[in-house]
Design a protein around this ligand. Structure first.
Ligand code: CIR
Length: 254
């Protein structure tokens, strides 16, 4: 059984952090409805959805992916790169603690979970504006005893590694090569985003099904042409907060 931890959308979402896109008015009601639809799809794909609410005043708390990395053996509570997001950690730690022993990233290390792409026992970790070398070093020390390999990956021009590349299937990745070097992923099959859809590389793999935003039809067509099964969700309001489909859940085996 898969568990999907989510967090309710904050009414303060309009005060979210933004790094690479201009601020636009976000409809809280629409964001909430879209988020509920996203949770509905997760449930239809077999996840037990657990929606947390404890950080409801914190603008970015819906983006739970950044706050923890949940592996089979342990969970790591991150130290987010944006100082405004560090207070989110206690709520997520409490939510995850019923399922895993917890470890933590300490100062001066920073990691956002959006920078960690796990493919089996390999953790590709974006060295980004949010994730620093100390964070990556600490993470490696925590997971290497369990047989994980940590591969640091330079990221340039976008928020997180998973803005630039995500997993679609066992050995297939969806990538925007202008933000991350394809050579890092040698031996893997790469599907490139459509050049007109720069933000289209973020897809969420749940089992063997894919959750993907409606806003990138050209890249969606490329994914479907390769035979993947895709469930689309309208994420327009959360995208205005620089969110995407991976960042709104923590999915792990019970
Ligand atoms: C932030 O800048 O932290 C939020 N506004 C968006 C975080 C999105 N997280 C993700 O893609 N993993």
């Amino acid at each position: 059984m898969l568990v999907a931890i989510t967090h309710a959308v904050s009414p303060n979402l309009n005060q979210c952090e933004l790094s690479h896109i201009p601020r636009q008015e976000i409809s809280f009601e629409q964001a909430r409805a879209q988020h509920a639809q996203y949770e509905q799809v997760l449930a239809e794909l077999g996840c037990q959805v657990i929606r947390l609410t404890g950080a409801i005043d914190m603008p970015d708390s819906v983006f739970v992916e950044d706050i923890a990395l949940v592996l089979d053996e342990l969970a790591i509570i991150t130290r987010p790169g944006a100082e405004t997001r560090r207070a989110e950690t206690s709520v997520i730690a409490e939510g995850v603690s019923g399922f895993r022993d917890l470890s933590r990233i300490d100062s001066p290390g920073t990691i956002d979970g959006g920078d960690v792409l796990r493919i089996e026992k390999t953790l590709y970790v974006g060295n980004s504006e949010r994730t620093n070398e100390s964070g990556i070093f600490q993470l490696a020390g925590l997971v290497e005893p369990y047989g994980y390999e940590v591969v640091p990956v330079p990221v340039d021009g976008c928020l997180h590694l998973k803005s630039a590349v995500t997993q679609l299937g066992e050995n297939t990745l969806l990538i925007n090569q202008s933000w991350v070097e394809a050579s890092v992923f040698v031996g893997r099959h790469l599907i490139e985003v459509d050049p007109e859809e720069t933000h289209a590389a973020n897809a969420l793999l749940v089992g063997s099904e894919i959750i993907y935003p409606t806003s990138f039809p050209k890249t969606l067509a490329r994914i479907e042409e390769e035979g993947f099964s895709v469930h689309t969700v309208d994420m327009s309001e959360l995208q205005k907060a620089e969110g995407a489909v991976t960042c709104c859940s923590l999915i792990f085996r019970r």
